[in-house]
Design a protein. Structure first.
Length: 318
């Protein structure tokens, strides 16, 4: 049993109602559970709890917190997001010992990545135990309809994000019409002379095509393959304020955490990126070294530079 499973089981023992405990237990015990609660499951949980959906989201925060991994602050954060589909998405914080603090993944960021990975085009509400920090407010504002997200803070009246971030700075201030979570498909290609295309490479490139980098055009993704062949990917997510941008490796680590995949099970990891005014490889290598420092397993690490067909070759940063 993993630490996440142990923590969820501990939270379940605090549930007084047998029916509620059985419903939650059946959802969380599923081998396919990865921090996503379907609309029908959310409705069932709300019914057995006798709560409305927003109250149910707040009640699920302790379970989302089970995924948190903060070895530096030891301050665990759980977040529950509501997608347009009606599904609920867990978010949590992750810190990386031996790495700079700005590599930290905030709980709100993880919830966005989780929802984005499952095809959501925006979040309608976000449940939290405390008001989001300024970093997260800026990150959330970049998302599609971000200013309209209803913030459900425990013990406080609900407020929209734009109430918490007045006179916000966003994509439109830099002349960008795009928004994070809006579907995109960039025309990226691979140099065929670099060898054959395997499943990991193919899936990671497809993920990079859907990354969000309207400011640098540095489209990128990271893919990880386990010893048993499962592949998990994460894509780059930029922000108009630059610093809240989320690196592709951290997005992949969020996916691995959601699926409760131990790092020792990773056999191969790959970064793909387009030439641009920024470069992901240095940060990728540094964070990878910190994350896998104490993992007793050999990992094959790969890099691949893609061509962005939307930008003429002579305008690419090489």
């Amino acid at each position: 049993m993993t630490n996440i499973q142990e923590d969820i089981l501990a939270e379940l023992t605090k549930v007084i109602s047998n029916e509620e405990r059985q419903v939650l237990g059946s959802i969380f015990a599923s081998a396919k559970f990865a921090g996503v609660i379907s609309p029908s499951q959310a409705a069932l949980i709300a019914r057995v709890k006798g709560l409305n959906l927003e109250e149910t989201m707040i009640s699920l925060l302790p379970f989302a917190k089970c995924y948190a991994d903060p070895p530096i602050s030891e301050y665990r954060v759980g977040v529950v997001g509501l997608g347009k589909s009606g599904a609920l998405y867990f978010g949590f914080n992750m810190e990386f010992q031996g790495e700079e603090l700005n590599a930290t993944v905030h709980g709100e960021q993880a919830a966005i990545i989780n929802a984005w990975n499952h095809g959501e085009e925006n979040l309608e509400a976000l449940a939290l135990n405390a008001a989001p920090c300024g970093h997260c407010r800026q990150f959330l504002y970049e998302t599609n309809k971000g200013g309209e997200i209803k913030m459900l803070v425990t013990g406080e009246p609900s407020r929209r994000l734009d109430d918490l971030l007045p006179a916000a700075f966003g994509p439109e201030d830099l002349g960008v019409a795009a928004a994070l979570m809006v579907p995109q498909k960039h025309k990226l290609s691979r140099n065929k002379s670099n060898g054959s295309l395997n499943n990991l490479m193919e899936q990671t490139i497809e993920t990079a095509k859907e990354s969000y980098a309207p400011y640098s055009k540095g489209y990128a993704a990271v893919g990880a393959r386990t010893k048993t062949g499962e592949i998990y990917t994460g894509r780059y997510a930029e922000n108009a304020a630059f610093n809240p941008s989320l690196a592709p490796l951290t997005a992949t680590l969020v996916s691995l955490r959601l699926n409760d995949v131990p790092l020792k099970e990773i056999q191969e990891i790959l970064l793909v990126e387009t030439p641009s005014l920024i470069k992901h490889q240095r940060q990728f290598e540094q964070l990878l070294t910190s994350v896998f420092k104490n993992v007793q397993t050999k990992i094959n690490v790969g890099f691949e530079t893609l061509q962005d067909k939307e930008i003429p070759i002579d305008q690419m940063a090489l």
